[in-house]
Write a protein that binds this ligand. Structure first.
Ligand SMILES: NC(=O)c1ccc[n+]([C@@H]2O[C@H](COP(=O)([O-])OP(=O)(O)OC[C@H]3O[C@@H](n4cnc5c(N)ncnc54)[C@H](OP(=O)(O)O)[C@@H]3O)[C@@H](O)[C@H]2O)c1
Length: 330
């Protein structure tokens, strides 16, 4: 029997104060009022998770398998993907887990993977865009895109569109109110950035990996809203979320000072991944689309002034279409 839900005002206060809300304190206070997801919530359905070889991606895959899903681990390194599959199977020995290779920083490889997935799979109930990077310096991909932009924005945009036939098949008309779900794993860091369609490739000014990360995490939230509108007629729901602060190899490697300072307060990867799993499996997020979530609740997309204009949103869409339509196929 769960405890009563945290009163809404207290929940919002935790959020505004950042440290209590994003740390494991926020998770523990909120999760006491949650219902456990049924172990058959996703039985017979397939969900793909990018960046599933580590941290939150591996934890998301494990959580989805715990809901009965067949899970596709989309990874750039097969050996690391197979190790993650062993981790998922150790927790859920009966799960069906596939490992598929895809380098999201290479748009041609994204197309190749999507073609392969369309050949192998009948339908996708979920696609979790989890892969992420925080580079120390400005790096360009083989396609000539800044690395955060390529990994967080262009690859998910292209992959969602290329996998649309499978997502449509995962949203059959005889199951209204339970559509296929696309989930963007963004970051609370996006609150610090505005939508920079004037310089999407971050070529102007002094480059900072942290700023590039935050800018592209902001783009993910706007892109989820745009894709939600675009895919409404296909019956596919699109959401974004942020996991709070979780102890993962990514945080330990890219932010060692932050990791040391916040260590005891960090969530486990499983706690950080909870909302992504819930968005794919629960009924409530199937009844809406284009919402930004944290700890199973809708959250504001802006705390500071600087909401993006309709023209900026249209510019982001046009930029993504242009940058991905010119990508070659292997
Ligand atoms: N942990 C947190 O507190 C936190 C907070 C806010 C947001 N997030 C977001 O959560 C997501 C997962 O982060 P994490 O903390 O779990 O970090 P992580 O442990 O570094 O995991 C990142 C994953 O992304 C994969 N990846 C990176 N570039 C890729 C590419 N080009 N192609 C395919 N896969 C690629 C990595 O693959 P390899 O194993 O091959 O490197 C790894 O599996 C990220 O989007 C991050 O921005 C995390």
């Amino acid at each position: 029997m769960p405890f009563p839900r945290l009163p809404r005002l207290l929940d919002a206060a935790l959020d505004r104060l950042v440290v209590p809300g994003y740390s494991k304190l926020g998770y523990l206070a909120r999760s006491a009022g949650w219902e456990a997801l049924p172990s058959d919530a996703l039985a017979g359905r397939t969900v793909a998770v990018t960046g599933a070889s580590s941290g939150l991606g591996a934890a998301t895959a494990t959580g989805l398998a715990g809901c009965g899903a067949d899970v596709e681990l989309v990874v750039r390194d097969r050996g690391r993907g197979e190790a993650a599959r062993d981790t998922v199977l150790a927790a859920h020995p009966d799960a069906r887990v596939t490992v598929a290779r895809c380098d999201l920083a290479d748009l041609a490889d994204v197309r190749r993977y999507a073609l392969d997935a369309r050949d192998r799979l009948l339908a996708l109930h979920g696609l979790v865009h989890n892969a992420g990077v925080l580079p120390g310096e400005r790096v360009e991909t083989a396609d000539g895109h800044e690395l955060c932009l390529a990994t967080h924005v262009l690859a998910p945009f292209l992959l969602t569109r290329e996998l649309l036939p499978l997502l449509r098949a995962g949203s059959p008309p005889d199951r209204p109110g339970d559509p296929a779900r696309v989930v963007f794993v963004s970051s609370g860091g996006m609150y610090t950035a505005s939508l920079r369609t004037d310089d999407p490739e971050y070529t102007e000014g002094r480059y900072s990996g942290g700023a590039a990360y935050a800018r592209t995490k902001r783009m993910q939230v706007v892109l989820a809203e745009l894709l939600a509108d675009d895919l409404a007629s296909a019956g596919v729901a699109v959401h974004s979320m942020h996991p709070g602060w979780a102890d993962t190899p990514g945080v330990a490697d890219s932010l060692p000072g932050f990791h040391r300072l916040t260590g005891p307060l960090l969530r486990t990867a499983e706690q950080g991944a909870d909302t992504a799993v819930w968005l794919a499996a629960a009924a409530e997020p199937g009844r809406c689309s284009g919402v930004f979530w944290h700890d199973r609740a809708p959250r504001p997309t802006h705390w500071l002034p600087g909401e993006e204009s309709a023209a900026q949103r249209a510019a982001l869409w046009a930029f993504c279409v242009d940058a991905t339509s010119s990508a070659p196929t292997h």
